[in-house]
Design a protein around this ligand. Structure first.
Ligand code: SF4
Length: 94
């Protein structure tokens, strides 16, 4: 399955349930269930993140925005902040 990465910060429980420990919600996810955030998914007792490598925000700004000074003639550029700060492990890696 493309784009599905095993998450970090979870504990496997009995009956293919998992406990996500990433945030204070502390969701207990049943098999094939999602957490309160809807981006963490329990598949057969392993937790996966559905948001890995996805753009979460995008905006168009003038290139000459302060404090930088350039001479690009009023063109605009695209700014995409990173979607994450902690890289999850790709599915199937140790
Ligand atoms: S809301 Fe999402 S990140 Fe937070 S504990 Fe639940 S599944 Fe994990």
């Amino acid at each position: 399955m493309t784009g599905l990465y095993e998450a970090r910060f979870y504990e496997a429980l009995a009956d293919k349930k998992v406990l996500c420990t990433l945030c204070p919600h502390g969701c207990r996810l049943p098999n094939n269930g999602r957490g309160a955030c809807s981006v963490r998914y329990n598949r057969d007792g392993s937790l996966y993140t559905l948001g890995y490598d996805k753009v979460v925000a995008q905006e168009v700004n003038p290139i000459e925005k302060k404090p930088s000074s350039t001479s690009s003639g009023g063109r605009t550029g695209s700014v995409m902040p990173p979607a994450r700060t902690v890289a999850p492990r790709p599915m199937g890696s140790a």
